[in-house]
Design a protein around this ligand. Structure first.
Ligand code: GLU
Length: 473
């Protein structure tokens, strides 16, 4: 809890939930059940470090809801991990999955370590031990609970998890589906790495394509020419910046914890990333102005502000100074409820985390389906589609007496590869979710902001699911 934050993270999720619940028809008891974290596993285990010392590791896995199985959500490695945070993040996963129609309950895991302070071998031992603790308590499995990457974890950790799980469950044919975000060689799906950033882009692009919404904000439609500020150059921030830049927006500032950089003509995230890798800092990037205090970048003039790092970075204290017209929550919980109130009053549009960053879990769902079906996307239809397209195009050319250029021909004939299908499924999910939330908001103008509309959408879906399960006689 920060000085400006009178509520814990979980309490602030509960507050947002309660605010939205008043716009729904569900009875109090059912709402209480939707809100509660069903299972909380808090664990401590010893790991021998490289210098022979034994360290007791504090870790968690929370399963917020089993209204659909398995539970789903990432595992984060951070010094800030605590039970309240993991509970909040697990709850957000339930709502996130419901909104994008991913048939999972919410879950989340956390290990209270700063991964930078450990050797790779130590991290491997911690991850494998954590996994075996989960196996012992039946807290992991393709039909039970499926972890994924989150802050401080990535493909490497997911590989260790699947390997540990598979070795403890010999012969389990679907073992690869016990975790997502794996490298492609270990049962991962193409397109997972960039999924969250791409989903953030698709979600905001859809909002920017809504003429009435843009008119209210005094902006033109479309993303072309819009100025964007990104906080956090991790996997999510990097890819979000990349897709905005590639689609004609200008990323004018990028912030990291050591400071921020600004260039009115736009920054290239890959060059900034390489510069940071080489020099150890984002600062002093050629052609850009240094901003010594990283937080100042959040308060600069821009069309779209993307907090893509950690929670509570925009709160009651700094929110009144934020000048962006649209805030896209790429991180989980970057705004506090106080910040929400400030922005609702000022007419700043907050595109909320639990749907905007759902790209990661959406593509995780595709990965899990791939693991259960044991076949790569596109394998069955790629050649068939290309043959069919060739026949159609040949017929058209014969009938019209005209021929298309080689470049056009290649585009028309191309049968879907795995990455094409994954991106297309993600685009469809994000567009549909954006429209659904906006329709709820429009139907009920008393709903104060898009986050509340997103919660209403989630509560209605989870409420329907519980009711249809018929467990409340
Ligand atoms: N950690 C990501 C999230 O917060 C992804 C979760 C997943 O893929 O299961 O949504």
């Amino acid at each position: 809890m920060s000085n400006h934050q009178p509520y814990s993270f979980f309490q602030s999720v509960e507050r947002s939930f309660d605010k939205a619940a008043s716009f729904t028809k569900w009875e109090k008891g059912l709402l209480e059940q939707i809100k509660a974290c069903n299972s909380i596993y808090s664990m401590r285990f010893p790991v021998k470090m490289d210098d022979g010392r034994i360290e007791v590791i504090e870790a968690y896995r929370v399963q917020h809801s089993q209204h659909k199985s398995p539970c789903k959500g990432g595992i984060r490695f951070s010094d800030e991990v605590n039970q309240d945070e993991v509970m909040a993040l697990a709850s957000l996963m339930t709502y996130k999955c419901a909104i994008v129609n991913v048939p999972f309950g919410g879950g989340k895991g956390g290990i209270k370590i700063n991964p930078k302070k450990y050797s790779v071998y130590e991290l491997e031992k911690i991850t494998r031990r954590y996994t075996s603790e989960l196996v012992k308590k039946n807290f992991i499995g393709p039909g039970i609970d499926v972890p994924a990457p989150d802050y401080g974890t990535g493909e490497r950790e997911m590989s260790w998890i699947v390997d540990t799980y598979a070795s403890l469950k010999p012969g389990e044919i679907d073992a690869a589906g016990c975790v997502t975000g794996k490298p492609v060689t270990q049962g991962g799906v193409r397109g997972r790495k960039e999924a969250t950033g791409l989903g953030v882009f698709y979600g905001i692009r859809e909002v920017c394509n809504m003429q009435d919404v843009m008119e209210k904000l005094g902006l033109s439609t479309g993303v072309v020419g819009k100025t964007v500020i990104v906080q956090g150059l991790g996997n999510v921030g990097y890819h979000t910046a990349k897709f905005f830049r590639e689609n004609g927006s200008k990323v004018i500032a990028i912030a990291e914890y050591e400071g921020a950089i600004y260039n009115a003509n736009g920054l290239n995230e890959e060059e900034v990333f390489q510069h940071r890798k080489a020099t150890g800092s984002i600062l002093n990037f050629p052609g850009a102005t240094n901003i010594a205090k990283s937080g100042d970048a959040l308060e600069m003039e821009c069309d779209i502000l993307i907090p893509a790092a950690l929670e509570n970075v925009i709160n009651g204290e700094n929110a009144p100074r934020v000048k962006a017209k649209i805030i896209g929550e790429a991180a989980n919980g970057p705004l506090t409820p106080e910040a929400d109130e400030v922005f609702a009053k000022k007419g700043i549009l907050v595109v909320p985390d639990m749907y905007l960053n759902a790209g990661g879990v959406t593509v995780s769902y595709f990965e899990w389906l791939k693991n259960l079906s044991h076949v790569r996307y596109g394998r069955m239809e790629k050649r068939f589609t290309e043959n069919l397209n060739t026949k159609i195009l040949t017929q058209l050319e014969e009938l019209t007496g005209k021929t298309v250029s080689t470049a056009e021909r290649n585009i028309i004939l191309h049968g879907p590869e795995e990455v094409d299908l994954v991106h297309s499924g993600l685009e469809e999910s994000m567009i549909a979710a954006t429209r659904e939330i906006m329709a709820i908001w429009k139907e009920n103008p008393a709903i104060p902001d898009m986050r509340t509309a997103a919660y209403v959408c989630a509560i209605n879906k989870v409420g329907t699911s519980y009711t249809e399960l018929g467990i409340f006689p």
